[in-house]
Design a protein around this ligand. Structure first.
Ligand code: ATP
Ligand code: MG
Length: 397
């Protein structure tokens, strides 16, 4: 037997139902905030990511050469692809432009619960504006998205790379930024003077350390969000793994998830250099849906999804059973049909398991009389009806 590749997942019908519901909730939020959904290819030229996605992501990339000798990569994230799409297709569109997406991403990670090699992101990009107001608008949408997913205990942390870089000065190299990103206590040895501010941020102390002009945008953003009813906390120690972020950055955690608790990350960025535009002001975020669905903890035993179950009791009833099912479905009744002759008790058991309200039996007697037997699973009564009456009865209830 060939096993599933390490770090990938199979989504069974129950969980898929949860996913589809989550997608629906997110699409409703996106529409409320004026975002249009887009889709980009699963693979891109590797250069799109190598240029700016940051060392960690590039190390984790699935890169391959195609038969034409092109170096391609399975996308590790979607911000760079959406920026590429914007620059090739939408440059002349009125800005700001609000785009959102659902997509699988690929990273060669060490798999564990909540961390996979193939995972799904929902994200949004506000292109053409990276002002404090744009960030407030976008972060409010991120918060609404997390809220719509039914996550109660979310903490949204807001930082600003200009503040972080001012604190670190010329020590803001990749190694230190990686320690910051991981909130590594080793910071107390590497940058002892500012480690406390990074590990346990305080707005007033940060303002004192770097000056009011540097913290002004962050403070204004926090006050805008407060005015919008979005609860946040300040976190100077957000570094973000992707190198194209430049100002506002933010992350959201679901503490109930334990180690892999970060469910959302985003911020202002400039991908102009990568996609061939002089300066591209934008801000965006991505939510990791696999983790979110773990956090909402709703994937459980199978839930009902049928209205009617049509059971042929002998081979001659197969044709009538199939046509009755077709009519029921045309009337919007979710119907499953037994695919070979069944015993009534077995049909009732299957129908109950699938949450159906009615079972329709077609046996020898029914065939002879030109009728069907409709059993109401709640009331447990059974009635002989014509096919037309049966459809009317089941689709009305
Ligand atoms: P982490 O620090 O957990 O590795 P990240 O900073 O690499 O996260 P981003 O690049 O910001 O993550 O991606 C946005 C979101 O996508 C994350 O907040 C997380 O919920 C989700 N995500 C990232 N990597 C994975 C993965 N390997 N498996 C599942 N979800 C992931
Ligand atoms: Mg990561």
């Amino acid at each position: 037997m060939i096993a599933r590749p390490r770090g990938t997942r199979d989504v069974l019908p129950d969980e898929m139902e949860e996913r589809v519901r989550a997608f629906g909730a997110l699409r409703r939020v996106a529409a409320l905030y004026g975002y249009g959904e887009v889709e980009t290819p699963t693979f891109e030229h590797a250069d799109l990511f190598i240029a700016r996605s940051g060392a960690e992501v590039v190390e984790q990339m699935y890169t391959f050469e195609d038969r034409g000798g092109r170096i391609l990569a399975l996308r590790p994230e979607l911000t760079a692809p959406v920026a590429r799409m914007y620059s090739s297709e939408m440059r002349s569109w009125a800005k700001p432009l609000r785009l959102c997406y659902f997509g699988k991403c690929y990273r060669y990670e060490r798999p564990q619960k909540g961390r996979y090699r193939e995972f799904t992101q929902f994200g949004a990009e506000l292109i053409g504006d990276d002002s404090t107001a744009a960030n407030a608008d976008l972060i409010a949408m991120a918060a609404a998205s997390l809220g719509a997913l039914g996550l109660g205990d979310i903490v949204i942390r807001i930082g600003d790379l200009r503040v972080l870089r001012a604190l670190l000065g010329d020590r803001a190299g990749p190694d230190v930024m990686r320690l910051v990103d991981k909130k590594d206590p080793a910071l107390r040895e590497v940058v002892p003077d500012v480690a406390d501010l990074i590990l346990e941020p305080r707005m007033d102390e940060a303002r004192e350390a770097v000056g009011r002009e540097v913290t002004a945008d962050l403070e204004r953003l926090l006050s805008y969000l407060e005015g919008m009813g979005v609860a946040t906390v300040v976190d100077i120690g957000i570094a973000r793994g992707l190198d194209y972020y430049n100002g506002t950055v933010f992350e959201a955690d679901a503490p109930s998830l334990g180690a892999e608790k970060q469910v959302c990350g985003g911020g202002s960025y400039d991908l102009g250099g990568v996609v061939g535009i002089e300066g591209l002001k934008a801000t965006g975020f991505a939510i990791g849906l696999d983790r979110v669905l773990l956090a909402s903890g709703r994937s459980g035993p199978r839930v009902g999804n049928l209205d009617a179950y049509v059971a042929p009791l002998l081979e001659a009833a197969m044709g009538p059973a199939l046509s009755l099912s077709a009519t029921l479905r045309q009337r919007g009744v979710r119907t499953e049909v037994g695919l070979s002759p069944e015993r009534p008790a077995k049909a009732i058991k299957v129908a109950l398991e699938k949450g159906a309200t009615h079972v329709v039996f077609i046996g020898e007697e029914e065939l002879a009389a030109g009728m069907v037997a409709v059993r109401d699973l709640a009331g447990k009564e059974q009635e002989a009806l014509t096919a037309g009456e049966a459809v009317a009865r089941i689709s009305r209830e």
